[in-house]
Design a protein around this ligand. Sequence first.
Ligand code: PRP
Ligand code: MN
Ligand code: MG
Length: 185
Amino acid sequence: IADVQDMIDHELVSKAQIAAKIEEAAEQASKDYAGKAPLLVAVLKGAVNTLAAFSQAMSIPVEMDFMSLSSYGSGTESSGTITIRQDLSTDVRGRHVLIVEDIIDSGRTLAWLAEELKRRGAASVEIFALLEKPSRHEVDVDVKYHGYVIPDEFVVGFGLDYDERFRNLDSIAVLKPSVYQGGQA
Ligand code: PRP
Ligand code: MN
Ligand code: MG
């Protein structure tokens, strides 16, 4: 069984860089949401690692909830269709919602989700995105707390997967081409 590290071509964002950016954004969000009892919403599955780190870096009480959406099948390209696999358990009416997301690629997932939460009556909806690929944006998404801008390479790690694998990597990386070609590399 090959080690995950052996399948990495190069690292794009290190563990330390991820932590620094998340802490900076979470500190600002703690100020902005003071007294507002924000609801942090993570899009499963990719945002789980980012939500864990972001929420722990916040210094005010927060609630968390999860929504499972998918815009990708098993490949590396967005299918363009958003599907709800699992909905929130929280009524967002009147709530200040902060969506915590791992990556904005085409923007379709978050453009859809932000609109949906406003439609449900949220008092406010803002976004933190750890990674953004501006070159791939197809729709506009209003991001309040920015992470890192990355080039148009398929990345994995810190929640991001390739065919459901590599979410457990603690940095953001590009895989060796052989991983895509070899199936069960
Ligand atoms: C990925 C990623 C974002 C979304 C971004 O999720 O985690 O949620 O795609 O793409 P977009 O901006 O083009 O919509 P994915 O659909 O792969 O599901 P996952 O989080 O379970 O991996
Ligand atoms: Mn996702
Ligand atoms: Mg995915």
